[in-house]
Design a protein around this ligand. Sequence first.
Ligand code: NDP
Length: 253
Amino acid sequence: MTVSALPSNYTPAPTLLHDRVILVTGAGAGIGRCAAITFARHGATVILCGRTVAKLESVYDEILASGGPEPAIHPLCLEGATETHYRELAEQVTDQFGRLDGLLHNAALLGERTSLANYGAASWARVLQVNVTAEFLLTKALLPALRQATEASVLFTSSGVGREGRAFWGAYAVSKFAVEGMSQVLAAELERTSRIRVNCINPGATRTAMRAAAYPAEDPATLKTPADLMPAYLYLMGPDSRGVTGQSFDAQR
Ligand code: NDP
């Protein structure tokens, strides 16, 4: 798989995402939390999607306190949600905003860190449901709203283990390969028939709860923070990457 290069020393304009409506999944913690706050700081109205309402409320408060546009909160558990839940979410987005300019697929489950020989079937199904099937269903439901935008950006979140298989990464690695594939399929389908761009980003090792769970012996102070990644996320979500679609990027060099 080819990994495309991001512009070096990208400096986003303070109003880069002014008037844009962007939905972020897993907006309550880690990279998603930081992305939601950063998008709002650059002018976006953010729809905070996640499974823990208290965490989403804390992000909501932080955005308002910093003078950002009032976000919307949409609680959704990607493990249990059905097509009806996604349809309801899409209806709310259309009723409230009339369009969707950006969609960041960020939420994911790590699952077990064990061999395929020992991997539990139930755990396998959960990881693929949250990391792959939910992203398909959410995208499908939101496509009409994305089509209403003058230009829209869909960003999937991959991983190094979604590009080269590694022992003991199980369903998580398989799910991230699937995410890369879904991003390519969707980008190809939409390239000539819409103004929707679709790309994939690999955050790289980042100081979050997921990383700590995967590498408990690692010193978190040695890792990049979610804030360090934000120029890449802003570039791909905003108009400076206009015309870029069907590509996969590393947020860290
Ligand atoms: P975190 O575990 O810190 O955050 C994950 C987020 O996803 C949380 O907000 C969590 O909600 C949410 N989430 C998990 N399950 C569900 C669910 N069933 N329904 C709704 N929301 C759910 O992870 P990171 O911030 O580290 O990861 C963000 C993305 O980056 C993921 O796609 C991950 O695979 C990818 N990534 C991360 C790397 C890293 O080093 N951190 C490296 C490579 C890729 P809650 O807080 O309520 O549990």
